[in-house]
Ligand binder design. Structure first.
Ligand SMILES: C[S@@+](CC[C@H](N)C(=O)[O-])C[C@H]1O[C@@H](n2cnc3c(N)ncnc32)[C@H](O)[C@@H]1O
Length: 309
């Protein structure tokens, strides 16, 4: 069976031009396993050798000091004692970017509006050295159970969990949070190396429903941020409607701007200003598109936004 449907291939060819073949080859390869060391419990110099002792090969990432690619004959890292003991978290490499870019600091009040199972919330906790407060919200109780497990296992003290529709935060807690993570539900095209079902197109109706939820969550994140606060919008899809289309909607309707982001040692493409019949706000070009062939990761999109005071 071909990896992409004909519609998906048409869209990717339009998006990637000459890079399409390279992109397709990368999507066919399995995704490297990546672990992030939990510096609340131990440092990479202690954790990486422990994993090597369990028979895995560990290659530290050059661009992020706490994480490494791991491979081994038995890729069952989640069943090792260091994992049960909370010394690391298994996290897709590109998904490390939002927190690295948002730079949450101790003493800040952070909202993670769609947080489960907690890759970014637990990463933020370690960047904040277990200080300040992170409100980690999700609408799904099942997924929040996984987050609770990670919080306990990793010795995290500064996360409080809420279970509600994230679209309500803007009204309930306006102008409150220094920084907001809006890692939104999406069509998941960027996860194709982990799950080939991600190559299936959502129907136009399903895509519309998704973009409406994404816009509402991003507006809620915007309203919940303090004036001058930062919002990090991200998805693990490559669809422009769910990415630049959503950020463009915020830029056109609310007082905010996007911020250019530097990623030393990591390749990315700029956000696109046009897609089929649509023209987006010019500031979407500050967003980053991460394609699997650029760094041998999953696909990802992110945009750093400042709420104007
Ligand atoms: C991409 S996943 C989040 C991954 C998470 N940020 C992490 O880093 O582990 C999107 C999440 O959005 C949640 N979600 C969907 N609709 C929501 C809503 N209206 N309010 C809050 N969360 C929602 C889903 O349950 C799902 O856990």
């Amino acid at each position: 069976m071909p990896l992409f449907s004909s519609e998906q291939e048409r869209r990717y060819r339009l998006l990637l031009g000459d890079e399409f073949e390279e992109f397709q080859k990368a999507c066919e390869r399995p995704l490297p396993t990546v672990m992030r060391c939990n510096t609340l419990k131990a440092n990479p110099k202690e954790v990486f050798p422990m994993i090597e002792e369990d028979g895995f090969e560990v290659t530290p990432l050059e661009w992020y000091p706490y994480a490494a690619r791991v491979s081994g004959p038995l890729n069952n890292l989640g069943n090792t004692i260091p994992h049960f003991g909370g010394l690391f978290y298994l996290q897709e490499e590109a998904s490390l970017l939002p927190v690295m870019i948002l730079k949450p600091e101790p003493k800040e009040l952070i909202l993670d509006i769609a947080s489960a199972p907690g890759s970014k919330a637990t990463q933020a906790a370690q960047h904040m050295d277990n200080k300040g407060v992170i409100v980690a919200n999700d609408v799904s109780g099942e997924r929040l159970k996984a987050l609770s497990y990670h919080i306990e296992r990793m010795g995290i003290l500064n996360i409080t969990i809420t279970q509600m529709d994230g679209r309500r935060f803007g009204r309930l807690t306006p102008n409150t949070f220094h920084k907001v993570i809006a890692d939104c539900p999406c069509s998941g095209e960027g996860t194709i190396r982990k799950d080939s079902r991600a190559s299936q197109d959502p129907s136009p109706k399903a895509r519309k429903r998704l973009t409406e939820t994404q816009k509402a969550l991003l507006v809620s994140a915007y309203k919940a941020a303090i004036p001058g606060g930062l919002i990090l919008y991200s998805t693990c899809t490559l669809a422009p409607e769910e990415n630049e289309g959503v950020v463009s909607y915020l830029l056109e309707n609310y007082k905010c701007s996007t911020i250019p982001v530097e990623l030393p040692g990591f390749s990315a493409r700029q956000g696109i200003e046009r897609w089929e019949e649509q023209r987006f706000h010019p500031m979407v070009k500050n967003a980053l598109r991460i394609y699997p062939h650029l760094n041998d990761t999953g696909g990802f999109f992110l945009s750093l936004i400042r709420k104007e005071g």
